[in-house]
Design a protein around this ligand. Structure first.
Ligand code: 5RP
Length: 234
């Protein structure tokens, strides 16, 4: 394990910035109970996933468990390193199971993710896992997807005008290019792409994902529908 773990800037940065921390910590505690020796675990991104990883790392350390993590972002990789957890990737291993957060969960366990911009790798890992625990506090439940958050759409920068035009034709979409904090430029994802946040005015049907992905240049969307998920909440 790394010498700088305990005084790492990572832990310092997360502390105090997490909304509904008590509820998220309870869901994190529940998922840490699922860990078994030898597991390969998909690790989501965001504050809830960070809290879950901390709870898992505590068990790993206390019980001397041997697990490997498959992180879904640089942020998650850094968190694993900080917490002394061994990592692997989808080219070398398959997850036995995974965990992640979500921005919205509807009554059919359909999700919107991607407020952190990591949905491309998150979906690759979720689609590779036989089961993913979704850890959510009470604020994440909605009766209609899009009620609280826009739907993120990741696209190749060269396709910006094409995707914008197609989306406006297809569904009269209200779109915003996601900007970096301080607005000194657009958010660039870890794969070098842009994100358009699209306001959803109507109920999402299960085919929307396919229609969005049929537009050349669309890399991924924040709709997570039909994956084997189990919601863990308090
Ligand atoms: C990142 C995500 C996160 O899981 C989602 O934004 C939830 O974040 P948090 O746990 O901080 O509330 O999809 O792309």
């Amino acid at each position: 394990s790394l010498k700088w773990q305990n005084q790492s800037a990572v832990q310092e940065s997360w502390s105090g910035e997490i909304s509904n921390k008590d509820q998220k910590e309870q869901a994190a505690g529940q998922v840490s109970e699922m860990v078994k020796n030898g597991d390969v675990i998909g690790v989501g991104s965001g504050s809830t996933s960070y809290l879950a990883l901390k709870a898992i790392a505590a068990r790993v350390q206390k019980e001397g468990l041997d697990i490997s993590a498959i992180p879904t972002s640089h942020e998650a990789s850094l968190n694993c390193a900080t917490l002394g957890l061994k990592t692997t990737d989808l080219m070398n291993s398959r997850p036995d199971w995974g965990f992640d957060g979500a921005d919205e969960v509807d009554t059919d366990n359909r999700l919107i993710k991607g407020r952190g911009g990591a949905m491309f790798a998150e979906k690759l890992v979720m689609a590779s896992s036989p089961k993913t625990y979704i850890l959510v506090d009470g604020s994440k439940f909605v009766s209609r997807l899009g009620e609280k958050f826009a739907l993120p759409i990741e696209l190749d920068p060269r396709a910006l005008h094409l995707v914008e035009t197609k989306l406006k034709d297809m569904m009269k979409a209200k779109l915003k290019l996601r900007m970096a904090k301080g607005k000194d430029g657009p958010v660039i994802t870890e794969s070098g792409n842009l994100i358009l946040d699209m306001t959803l005015e109507e109920t999402v049907d299960n085919d929307l994902e396919n229609r969005l992905r049929s537009i050349p240049g669309v890399i991924e969307t924040g709709l997570f529908i039909g994956y084997p998920v189990e919601i863990l909440t308090v």
